[in-house]
Design a protein around this ligand. Structure first.
Ligand SMILES: [Zn+2]
Length: 293
């Protein structure tokens, strides 16, 4: 499941092909993804200029010259591929196939296609169809149910030890659950929550309120930013490395310190502990019981 760094990497990969570009023709192959697509979806996108591509939490927001915003959520398996026009040069940061495929976008799971004015074809495919798209009037964006209750962006200026502490205070839920709650901080999922708690030396079993003190909240806020920034750097190097991407955006190899490392020796120097897996609210948590307190 893509989390903030993967979604941001997709956004950065799409930006050169979308920002400032006009959609010559939008095509929808189905009436629904996870949810029904809005009325006349393809028609409302066709002819529109994409003024800016933003991200909020795990959503990509394409701001259109019609005053509407295309909201995109990748779900579990949503993927974008960019196919430049035949003979076209890919700009730095833009993806391309070594030999442009004819027939790109005709696969069984290719659901939405954007043919841009410059001949670039952008294909959204999603074999499990947990992703979704919506069109929202820009003025209504903040009130949209998907966006309204989201907490601060962890890499934005509004996020700090203080704002984190305020959102943890008085909550009896385990810190793991509190961080997965998108109202606490936006964009974190299971992987980066495990990694941030490990980095901060905070046990996932501890109550959220017990992390609200100045020292732990400072350590945790810093760890959250660090693990996200390192993952973004890994995503960025994938963006520059065409050979390993096959034109597909956002799914990059990244090594984790605890996630999916049950039984491995703890990587903290001098710890000597072993990574353990427990289940919290139905989801796996990986942590080192020795150095995470
Ligand atoms: Zn350890």
């Amino acid at each position: 499941m893509p989390e903030l760094p993967e979604v941001e990497t997709v956004r950065r990969g799409l930006a050169p092909a979308l920002e400032g570009c006009r959609i010559r023709l939008a095509t929808q192959r189905r009436a629904n993804l996870r949810y029904p697509l809005p009325d006349r979806f393809a028609e409302r996108l066709t002819g529109r200029l994409v003024e800016r591509l933003d991200r909020r939490a795990k959503y990509i927001l394409a701001r259109l010259d019609s005053g509407e915003v295309l909201l995109i959520h990748l779900g579990m398996s949503g993927r974008f591929t960019i196919h430049p026009p035949e003979g076209g040069e890919a700009a730095p940061g833009q993806f391309h196939h070594a030999t442009p495929e004819s027939g790109a976008g005709t696969g069984k799971h290719d659901h939405i296609i954007f043919d841009m004015e410059d001949g670039t074809r952008i294909v959204y495919s999603d074999h499990r169809r947990f992703g979704f798209m919506d069109l929202i009037v820009e003025a209504d964006l903040d009130a949209n149910p998907h966006l309204a209750s989201l907490g601060p962006e962890p890499l934005g200026n509004e996020f700090s030890a203080f704002t984190l502490s305020e959102r943890l205070r008085g909550r009896r839920a385990p810190i793991k659950a509190a961080l997965l709650d998108q109202r606490t901080v936006a964009g974190l999922g299971n992987i980066y929550v495990c990694e941030a708690l490990f980095r901060a030396g905070v046990s996932p079993n501890r109550s959220a309120s017990s992390v609200a003190g100045p020292q732990r909240s400072e350590r945790l806020a810093r760890a959250i930013r660090e693990v996200l920034n390192e993952a973004l750097a890994a995503g960025g190097s994938t963006l520059r490395d065409y050979a390993h991407t096959d034109g597909e955006l956002g799914y990059f190899q990244h090594s984790f310190a605890v996630y999916d490392r049950e039984g491995d020796a703890c990587s903290k120097p001098g710890c000597g502990g072993t990574v353990k897996r427990i289940v919290q609210s139905g989801r796996s948590t990986f942590y080192c019981p020795r150095c995470q307190k």
